[in-house]
Design a protein around this ligand. Sequence first.
Ligand SMILES: C[S@@+](CC[C@H](N)C(=O)[O-])C[C@H]1O[C@@H](n2cnc3c(N)ncnc32)[C@H](O)[C@@H]1O
Length: 246
Amino acid sequence: MTRDQGTLGRDKQPERIAGMFDAIAPRYDLLNHLLSGGLDLRWRRKAVRSLALRGGELVLDLCTGTADLAIASATAAPGAAAVVGVDFAGEMLRVGQAKLAQRGLAGRIRLVQGDAMRIPLASASVDAATVAFGIRNVERPEAAFADVFRVLRPGGRFSILEFGVPRVPGVRQAYLAYFRHVLPRVGSLISGHASAYAYLPASVGTFPEPAQVMASLAATGFSQVRAASLSLGIVYLYSALKPEQR
Ligand SMILES: C[S@@+](CC[C@H](N)C(=O)[O-])C[C@H]1O[C@@H](n2cnc3c(N)ncnc32)[C@H](O)[C@@H]1O
């Protein structure tokens, strides 16, 4: 990674990040499905499965964006009774809200504008929590982990999807070539925002390794912290539990 990419990947000022997602919101879903070859839908289904929902829970989807994971949680069987999606980018939420209206889900999924480090929910008010491809963009991920811990009920599960870099020789090189050279060009062409799709590989390159993410979750107080590699390590599914009170 060049020095410029390192700087780009580390600049997580909330106004800059929110502005960037607002700018790409109209093409975000299309590019997500296109650039992942549709795998993003499968990753989100796995994240929902890892929550082991019994039906009827209230789930928080942090950094919900256009609400795809919120929708997956609400429509899984058995799924959540209700989902609250929180994100600070108003345009991403607007696209999400239109999808909820189209699918008749506006009564079960509530989208709220807010910061992941100061979640606008009461303590111990949700049964489970998720965040997909969002934690990497948060200025202080450990502050978001602490606030998720606060809003979760004891016994609640927390699942995180985040990009990684495959380790298998050959696969790693092919993936990095795609991720660093093809993806930013296609993203820039379709969204018209070159910097947003240059930021994606740069931010993945500067995000902590799975062992560090797990250590940070454990330091917050979560137990049963695990990381599963999906699609040869392109993505990690982290899961953690807020312990029952003694
Ligand atoms: C890559 S998108 C992921 C959206 C969605 N979770 C998905 O799976 O498609 C990242 C989202 O995180 C949001 N985000 C980043 N930092 C945030 C923060 N500190 N508070 C709230 N939202 C944040 C962005 O606005 C953006 O919508």
